[in-house]
Unconditional design. Structure first.
Length: 163
């Protein structure tokens, strides 16, 4: 009986430790398929602000407003999140350290990108674009220079903040 109780205690301890490791592994949100952490594509500015994860950067003046993820402030001349009065959170741009669920991040190679997204295509602006796996209402756009990803973001197909 004592051996059974010790075995059960060890098993419970192992499950708690592996559960804690899983929680730590999930603590760093990914960019996609629906947004980043608590900030989801389609949220209104009010809903996004209520998450506490964004800060206002550029008033919209009736059009799209610019925001930053609090965790990833951007330089003065850049915007991390666009929010449209019509479609809500329209786009979220990656900061260093973010990655897609498929493991793609700034600095990844073009070959890694093509391996993760075999159907990716280059658009007329020179960006590599693909529908977000698991969210047909959004797309990823990747900027590549010298064979490395230099920028990327996720946006709603119906976003109206940029072309």
């Amino acid at each position: 009986m004592t051996k059974t109780m010790i075995g059960a205690s060890l098993l419970a301890g192992a499950l708690m430790v592996s559960g804690a490791n899983a929680a730590v592994a999930q603590a760093k949100p990914t960019l996609g398929p629906y947004g980043y952490g608590a900030v989801k594509l389609g949220m209104t500015a009010k809903q996004a602000k209520a998450t506490g994860a964004v800060v206002s950067k550029l008033p919209g003046g009736g059009g799209c407003s610019g925001w930053d993820l609090k965790e990833f402030p951007t330089p003065k001349d850049q915007i991390g999140v666009y929010i449209s009065p019509r479609v809500g959170v329209a786009a979220i741009f990656a900061a260093k350290g973010m990655k897609t669920p498929e493991g793609i991040k700034i600095g990844a190679t073009l070959q890694q990108l093509k391996t993760a997204y075999p159907k990716i295509k280059k658009d007329f602006h020179g960006y590599y674009v693909i529908t977000v796996p698991g969210n047909k209402k959004a797309y990823y756009s990747f900027g590549v220079n010298r064979g490395k990803i230099t920028e990327y973001g996720i946006a709603l197909n119906k976003q109206d903040c940029f072309n």
